[in-house]
Unconditional design. Structure first.
Length: 630
């Protein structure tokens, strides 16, 4: 297709940036290409690398002249660029966006058979109770989802997305089993598949599902036979779709769809436009799609802001609001929305476990509440100084100033000390005859207790500088030799998909020695057991097979999505370095990675400025979903 032709022509110019390569290609195809078209094409290429799907066409542009060049076409044309609704697209992104919108609208319009209202109300009351004095948004979300093939459930940390999901899946299985019985037939359980964009996110999803199923079982809400019908394992999206070596295509697509009845996708905000389009393409016609995520988090690294676009314009029609009110026993207001997916978006507003100063700080950032931000930072600064003198700890710590101009090494090494202690225990046990899986998991657990996050990869307060500082300290401690790349305890991040190894962008591994002292990189891997904590085994890979990995004592905020750490240290670069990187979504995402403590090192002005700046990616997806859209 055209995107493959474009990439084939650009590929040899690996030393040239995408914007220059695109313009060179256009000039080769038409040496008389208008200067204004080439200028906008260059802007489009740069915008796509920032995550935009398209750029706006200036009102004065002569698009009729552009169409005559053979470089720009209207929808359906075989040209490198497409213009539609005063937006200019790369052909491949236009195809992804238009196809995704059409597929989602098809799924949304194809409502399943409605369950019996009286019976459904009984089941909803059994799972959620019937005497809530405030709106139970989990109950509303489940009631709505049972009437739809497409559901988006958005909520911040602790709002109960997993609990909501387990109850929804249980009710889907119950309704599926009861309907054939009414006509004397036996039903096969629905085939439910759980997926997430990264291995880490898939593991967290699996752990949460296992704990949630156990909790509901203890409450008498989930019988063992019903729990068995909810899967214990989650897959990465690439593994689910069937990655193909050296190809952007997957084994599963519209002509060879996935075999499932219900697909649940967690951390949906991390999914870019291209991958979401390919995923929806691969769904069988009858399948339900349930997307879970937090619309306030950072958008995907690649182009698009799919979760945000799909959640825009959420609202209930008067008819659906009345039905949900009857089912849940709660009064729900109708809300006008022009989005045809408005009724398919359910937001969980109440947090059940994410509370206290960290939650308050995240909300203040999200709402741009400068007064509250200053108040919490003042408390954090006071508590930081108090803790240094033996005072009571506070979950937010703030060190004012530019971290690039101060010594941040002691804090980082002290915070990673438990990790190195667990590593020493593992090595000692291995020398005495072998360490068990529990000790390996203890090393991973200790490593995930702390993480340094930065908005930038390179620079004074960047990921690369932090990793270099820590490795310099390890050299002094004798934990690594000079210029030694691989050493015991080196954490690594996979920055790209390695299909042959079944490793994917964002996966984290730890370098551990075997009984002979040989180093292996261990990656967490599901063992498929529904143990109390969804126990994890590790699989090991030789470092020689991992040439592209990066040291991961520090990671970008983008790469941290889908993860949780007990303690997070967020480094904010100087205004000169970080202005284009800092945003409300970035700081919110970083803060909500922390479970018990978040340390922030940077200027207050940087934090307040970020809270005022939201990320707006150019896209036409939300508009394609409007009622007036054709």
């Amino acid at each position: 297709m055209m995107d493959q032709v474009l990439m084939k022509n650009i590929a040899p110019s690996v030393s040239v940036d995408f914007a220059s390569a695109l313009c060179d290609l256009l000039l080769r195809q038409n040496p008389d290409a208008p200067a204004d078209l080439l200028g906008l094409a260059s802007e489009l290429a740069k915008a796509s690398e920032r995550g935009d799907v398209c750029v706006s066409v200036p009102p004065q542009a002569d698009t009729a002249a552009w169409l005559k060049t053979g470089l720009v076409g209207e929808p359906g044309s075989f040209t490198p660029l497409i213009v539609e609704h005063q937006r200019l697209y790369l052909a491949r992104y236009h195809a992804y966006e238009s196809r995704l919108a059409a597929q989602l609208l098809r799924i949304a319009c194809d409502a399943p058979s409605a369950p019996d209202e009286a019976e459904l109300r009984i089941q909803l009351d059994r799972f959620f109770g019937s005497d809530s004095k405030e709106t139970d948004w989990q109950k509303v979300a489940v009631a709505a989802a049972l009437h739809q093939r497409l559901t988006l459930i958005s909520g911040g940390p602790g709002t109960g997305k997993t609990t909501t999901l387990i109850k929804l899946l249980s009710l889907l299985q119950i309704i599926n089993a009861e309907q054939p019985l009414k006509i004397g037939l036996a039903a096969q359980p629905l085939k439910i598949v759980l997926a997430a964009p990264t291995g880490k996110a898939a593991m967290r999803m699996q752990e949460a599902i296992a704990k949630g199923k156990k909790a509901l079982g203890e409450q008498g809400l989930l019988a063992p036979e019903m729990a068995a019908q909810i899967p214990d394992t989650a897959s990465t999206l690439h593994r689910l779709l069937g990655s193909r070596l050296n190809s952007v295509q997957f084994r599963h697509h519209a002509a060879q769809p996935l075999v499932l009845d219900v697909l649940v996708l967690d951390e949906a905000s991390m999914i870019d436009l291209a991958l979401m389009s390919k995923l929806v393409d691969a769904l069988p016609p009858h399948a339900r799609l349930i997307l879970l995520g937090d619309k306030d988090q950072l958008a995907s690294v690649e182009a698009g802001a799919v979760m945000g676009d799909l959640c825009a314009g959420a609202g209930l029609s008067p008819e659906f609001a009345a039905k949900l009110s009857r089912l849940t026993g709660q009064h729900l207001e109708a809300g006008f929305t022009e989005s045809r997916l408005g009724e398919h978006v359910q937001t969980l507003h109440k947090s059940y476990r994410f509370s206290g100063p960290i939650a308050d700080f995240a909300r203040a950032i999200n709402h741009g509440d400068i007064r509250k931000i200053s108040e919490l930072l003042a408390k954090a600064q006071s508590a930081t100084h108090g803790a240094a003198q033996g005072g009571k700890d506070y979950p937010i710590r703030w060190q004012a100033g530019n971290p690039a101009q101060q010594d941040i090494t002691p804090l980082m090494m002290a915070s990673y000390a438990p990790y190195f202690a667990a590593l020493d225990d593992y090595i000692a046990a291995m020398k005495q005859g072998g360490a068990g899986n529990e000790l390996a998991l203890a090393v991973f657990s200790a490593f995930d207790a702390f993480r340094v996050l930065s908005p930038i990869r390179h620079g004074a307060a960047s990921v690369s500088r932090v990793n270099a500082l820590i490795e310099a300290q390890l050299l002094k401690q004798g934990r690594r030799m000079n210029d030694q790349l691989w050493y015991a305890g080196r954490p690594v991040l996979v920055p790209q998909n390695l299909y042959d190894l079944e490793l994917y962008n964002g996966d984290i591994g730890l370098t551990l020695p075997d009984e002979n002292g040989k180093l292996w990189v261990h990656f967490p891997s599901s063992n498929g057991a529904a143990a109390e904590s969804a126990g994890w085994a590790t699989r090991r890979i030789s470092p020689s097979r991992l040439p592209a990995v990066e040291t991961a004592f520090a990671m970008t905020v983008h790469k941290s999505q889908g993860s949780e750490f007990a303690h997070v240290l967020l480094l904010l670069p100087s205004p000169q370095e970080g202005r284009s990187h800092l945003s409300r979504e970035l700081v919110y995402t970083a803060i909500t990675r922390a479970k018990t403590c978040v340390s922030i090192w940077g200027e207050e002005a940087q934090i307040t400025a970020a809270s005022r700046r939201g990320v707006e990616r150019q896209s036409g997806l939300a508009e394609r979903l409007l009622v007036r859209s054709v």
